[in-house]
Design a protein. Structure first.
Length: 283
């Protein structure tokens, strides 16, 4: 069961949505919610240095403006977090840390069961896309993550588990079942996908393997069912989620063979981009 939840803070609306989802989960699990904003002064210094203007008055003015923007970002994110936590009536604490954003977030994540962040969270220095930051944190912090989408915060389900029989999918299954209260999620559909030209034996093997995931979920108190679908994961999984009225998609996102990583990485990025569903991800 979840005891500590972390929300990385910025002033984006996506972050505020993540706080609402995290607060609903904290209330259901009687967990503590921690918000952390990182003030990255070194990134500001590096940005102005790259302008090639040295210590000129223009450079000093640019640094002062960027520091002020960063301070406003931090304080606004913290204020929004505190407002949402008060409204939800959950135990919470907000803090500001100094240092490299991703390094400090990895440190904070190690002290929490789950990280909840927005899919449109500002990606930060060194990342061109939010999905790249999500992947970095999953790989380097080795903790599961919930990426908040546009779906309502409560109830969190129904849910769809993308199952391919891999170690990453098994890890996501276990983390989800151990962390989430069944009453908050409701029904979980386990979906296993195969190519349209797959042999009958391969389809039967995939079904048998997915039945293990269904049984595991039922043993942990979830209402679970199985779907065997033909098609490419990148297109079929979101379409199936839509047809089932799903709010939460569960994926083992990145620790696959190189070919599977390309396939499931593209699914993750598409779902992050669309922002339609909440995503529970593990590596």
């Amino acid at each position: 069961m979840i005891k500590r939840i972390l929300v990385p803070l910025d002033r984006s609306e996506s972050c505020r949505t993540a706080t609402r989802v995290a607060a609903a989960l904290a209330a259901a699990a009687d967990a503590t919610l921690d918000g952390v904003a990182v003030f990255d002064l070194h990134a500001i210094e590096d940005s102005t240095a790259s302008m090639g203007i040295g210590s000129s008055p223009f450079a000093r003015s640019a640094r002062e403006d960027m520091v002020e923007d960063e301070r406003d970002e931090v304080l606004t994110g913290l204020r929004h977090f505190e407002e949402e936590c008060r409204a939800a009536g959950v135990r919470s604490s907000g803090a500001v840390r100094a240092g490299d954003t991703t390094a400090r977030l990895v440190e904070e994540i190690h002290g929490h069961d789950l990280t909840v962040m927005g899919g449109r969270t500002l990606p930060g220095e060194g990342f061109e896309h939010s999905e790249e930051l999500i992947r970095h944190l999953l790989v380097h912090a080795a903790r599961p993550m919930l990426v908040a989408g546009r779906a309502p915060a409560t109830p969190l389900g129904p849910a769809l588990l993308g199952w391919d029989g891999s170690l990453a999918a098994a890890q996501a299954l276990q983390s989800f079942a151990l962390l989430f209260p069944p009453a908050l999620v409701g029904r979980v559909t386990v979906a296993t996908l195969h190519g349209k030209a797959a042999a009958e034996g391969a389809v039967l093997a995939a079904r048998n393997q997915a039945e293990i995931a269904v049984g595991y979920l039922r043993a942990h108190g979830f209402e679970a069912e199985l779907r065997v679908e033909a098609g490419e994961a990148r297109d079929r999984l979101p379409a199936l989620a839509r047809s089932l009225g799903v709010r939460l998609v569960i994926l083992g996102a990145y620790s696959h063979t190189r070919l599977q990583e390309l396939v499931f990485g593209s699914v993750t990025r598409r779902l992050v981009d669309d922002g339609e569903f909440h995503l529970f991800l593990d590596r």
